[in-house]
Design a protein around this ligand. Structure first.
Ligand code: MRU
Length: 345
């Protein structure tokens, strides 16, 4: 497998593959302050729920470095402010809030130590979050591979690969595992309007790996499903409620409806860090609305008339009843979701 390190931290700098630029150019975006990280998450330099969580953890590391010379009282106060800023950088992907909560708890548990010692603990914890995510993805790959037939055509949406995580990927991780264990697989990747994560990022990762694939416009998927061209659909998740309702990239819900109508298995692949144990149903999930320019412009070129109003939600919620199973690092969870999701806690 090709090494794709979307997130790397070295000596006080966070290096991110700039996902706004791929696949046209491969550029590295450097974050030196926690506000750089907040910008990188908000502007989608880094994106995908697990990747956002890991990047935010390093944002906390950079904040700690910025405040290392403060008195303990000022350090704790400034860190709390930085945690709050990072926590708000995007609203839907719960891995962000999960990583911030983990860092906040760590600071709280170690607040009697010196500022220097707290900073060291913060850095170690961020490294742990990054490495755990890679391990988790590999486990999901193994569990998920069990439901992939020896010969299979897989449809996927958005980007769920190494770029969207600390490495390997969630849904794309299952695809990688199937490919590398010798299965005869073929992938259809939705381009995923408006930000084109499928066309830009999934297609780029598939090409890097030499996985047989075709890129399709989003509106092709229903026809492929109806015509029995798809054996299984794999998508990622940004937040999963207790009843299995899953927020993922806009368009996922539509796919799930067609999959259900034509009896095609529809799996969500996500680590347990994407489960929001505090939210009962999808109704409690905040859906990010993004700038209308994502729809009216492509690469800064206007493609819609000046003044047209736009509705641009970045995510939708797929009801648990449309989901065949949720592939996590702890195994595959099936309905009844609430009962079975709670067992993962
Ligand atoms: O807006 P994005 O690009 O951050 O949205 C990403 C997605 O919706 C992914 O499918 C999801 O985060 C799963 S990533 C492993």
């Amino acid at each position: 497998m090709k090494e794709i390190n979307a997130i790397e931290y070295r000596d006080g700098t966070l290096y991110l593959i700039d996902q706004r630029k791929l696949p046209i150019t491969y550029e590295i975006f450097q974050c030196k302050t926690y506000k750089d990280v907040e910008f990188a998450i908000r502007d989608m330099v880094v994106r995908g729920a697990p990747a956002i969580g890991a990047a935010a953890a390093y944002g906390v590391v950079l904040a700690a470095k910025e405040f290392i010379d403060n008195s303990k009282g000022d350090f704790l106060k400034n860190m709390e402010e930085a945690l709050g800023v990072l926590n708000k950088s995007r609203p839907t992907a719960v891995n962000l809030m999960w990583a911030i909560r983990r860092m906040r708890n760590l600071i709280e548990e170690n607040k009697e130590l010196s500022v220097n010692e707290i900073c060291k603990k913060i850095e170690t914890e961020a490294d742990k979050i990054l490495n755990e995510d890679i391990e988790t993805n590999k486990k999901m790959g193994k569990h998920g591979n069990k439901i992939i037939p020896e010969k299979a055509t897989i449809l996927t949406h958005c980007n769920t690969g190494a770029l969207a995580t600390a490495g390997f990927g969630t849904a794309l991780g299952v695809i990688r595992e199937a490919f590398y264990t010798g299965k005869d697989i073929f992938v259809y990747a939705d381009e995923t309007r408006p930000r084109l994560q499928g066309g830009r990022l999934t297609a780029w990762e598939l090409k890097q790996e030499g996985i047989p694939a075709k890129l399709i416009a989003d509106n092709v998927a229903a026809t492929l499903i109806r015509d029995s061209k798809i054996d299984v659909i794999l998508v990622g998740a940004d937040r999963i409620a207790l009843n299995g309702d899953t927020a993922n990239k806009i368009g996922t819900f539509m796919l799930s409806v067609v999959a259900k109508a034509y009896n095609v298995p529809f799996y969500v692949v996500a680590p347990t860090t994407t489960i929001d144990f505090d939210t009962e149903t999808g109704e409690g999930i905040e859906i990010e609305e993004r700038s209308g320019e994502e729809v009216t412009h492509i690469e800064n070129i206007r493609i819609a008339p000046e003044g047209i109003e736009v509705y641009n939600p970045a995510f939708d919620v797929t009801p648990g009843e449309n989901i065949t199973g949720i592939i996590t690092e702890k195994g595959i969870v099936r309905a009844p979701y609430k009962e079975n999701i709670l067992k993962l806690k």
